[in-house]
Design a binder for this molecule. Structure first.
Ligand code: ASP
Length: 323
C-alpha cells in the first residue's frame, strides 16, 4: 500500500451554497478536482512531496478563482503584493517570499530561495530582484489584476474596510472592532503531501487581504505560522485571518503538541483552531501527520478543499456538511 497522501485548500470562510450558486460551485469543484488529480498522479509515479506541493500550488496560483497569482486580491493602493512559502519536512529546509510584486508564480520563487539555501525569506522589490537574477518568470504587476478584484477593492475602499477573499455577496457587512467583516471569505491556496518515501512537505500562497495596508504580511509566508513541515510530526498549510494565525503560531503549535505533548493530529489541530477562535479569528488548515493521517479542519462555514487519504479516493468538498 502506498504511503502517498495529498491535501489542497483554496481558502476558508463564510462559503455557503446560497451565495456561491451552482455554476460557481461547479467551477470550484472542477478546478480542485483537476489540480488534485494532477498532484496525485505525480505522487503515485514517485515525485517527491516537495515537488508535488510546489506544482499543485503553482496550478492553484494560475487559476483565477483563487486569491494567489493571477487573480490575487489588491492592497489599498490597487497593487498585488504576494506572500508564499514552501517547506521540506526532511530537514526543515524552507523558502519564503513576502510582498513580492512581479514573480508570475510566487511559489516558484519561494522554492528557488529554499534550493539556494542561503536565506529563508526575501521581501518586496528585493525579492523581485532575486527572481530576476535566477531567471524566475516575472510579469508586470497589472498582469495579476482581474476586473473582479478591482471591483472588490473599490467596494472595500468605499466601505472603509479591509476584507478577505471570496466576498462576492459583500453588501454593507458589519465591521468588527478590528476593521474586518465577519462576512469575509478567503481564497489563499495551499498544499500538503506525503510521498511514497514517507517525506512531508507544505506550500502556501496568497495575495492576502483586499484593501490591506501596503507592506502588510500575513501568516502564509511565515514558517511556523501558515506553513510548516517536519517529517517527524506533521505538515500544515493554513488559511484564515492571518493576524490571528501568526499570533497563535498555528503550524508550529500543532507540531509541538504532537512532538512534545504526545497529542494525536486531531486533538492538536482542534486545540490550535480553538485558540484561534477564542482570540476572535477564524479559518482552517490542511495537515498530514507522519503516520499518514489526513485532516482538513476549519472553524468557518466552508473551506475549498480536495484530498486523497489512505483509501486512495480523491475527494473534493466546499461546505461544512459535504464531506
Ligand atoms: N491567511 C491569509 C492572510 O492573512 C489570508 C487567507 O488565508 O485567505 O494573508
Amino acid at each position: 500500500m502506498t504511503l502517498a497522501r495529498i491535501a489542497l485548500h483554496g481558502g476558508a470562510g463564510v462559503i455557503d451554497r446560497q451565495h456561491l450558486g451552482p455554476e460557481r460551485e461547479a467551477r470550484y469543484r472542477g478546478e480542485l478536482q483537476r489540480i488534485a488529480a494532477a498532484a496525485w498522479a505525480r505522487l503515485e509515479t514517485g515525485a517527491s512531496a516537495l515537488d508535488v506541493v510546489e506544482s499543485a500550488v503553482r496550478d492553484l496560483e494560475n487559476c483565477p478563482l483563487f486569491n494567489a497569482g493571477h487573480g490575487a486580491v489588491l492592497n489599498h493602493d490597487g497593487v498585488v503584493e504576494q506572500d508564499a512559502a514552501i517547506m521540506d519536512g526532511r530537514q526543515r529546509a524552507a523558502g519564503a517570499v513576502a510582498a513580492a510584486l512581479r514573480p508570475r508564480n510566487p511559489i516558484a520563487l519561494a522554492r528557488r530561495i529554499l534550493d539556494d539555501g542561503q536565506h529563508v525569506m526575501l521581501v518586496g522589490p528585493n525579492a523581485d530582484r532575486f527572481a530576476e537574477s535566477c531567471g524566475i518568470p516575472r510579469v508586470d504587476n497589472t498582469w495579476f489584476i482581474t476586473p473582479d478584484r478591482q471591483a472588490q477593492l473599490e467596494m472595500a475602499r468605499a466601505e472603509g474596510r479591509v476584507s478577505l477573499d471570496h466576498d462576492q455577496h459583500a453588501g454593507p457587512a458589519p465591521v468588527t472592532a478590528s476593521g474586518h467583516s465577519p462576512d469575509d471569505k478567503r481564497g489563499t491556496v495551499g498544499a500538503v503531501a506525503r510521498d511514497a518515501h514517507g517525506h512531508l512537505a507544505a506550500a502556501t500562497s496568497t495575495g492576502g487581504m483586499t484593501n490591506k495596508r501596503p507592506g502588510r504580511v500575513g501568516d502564509s509566508p511565515l514558517i511556523g505560522a501558515g506553513t510548516w513541515a517536519d517529517d517527524a510530526t506533521v505538515c500544515v498549510s493554513a488559511t484564515g485571518h492571518g493576524e490571528y494565525f501568526i499570533r497563535c503560531v498555528v503550524g508550529h503549535d500543532i507540531h509541538a503538541r504532537i512532538a512534545y505533548g504526545g497529542q494525536d493530529l486531531r486533538s492538536a489541530c482542534g486545540a490550535v483552531l480553538d485558540r484561534v477562535a477564542a482570540m476572535g479569528g477564524d479559518g482552517g488548515l490542511i495537515a498530514i501527520a507522519a503516520n499518514g493521517e489526513v485532516l482538513l479542519p476549519f472553524n468557518s462555514a466552508g473551506m475549498y478543499r480536495a484530498w486523497v487519504a489512505a483509501d486512495g479516493v480523491l475527494r473534493v468538498a466546499i461546505y461544512g456538511d459535504d464531506d
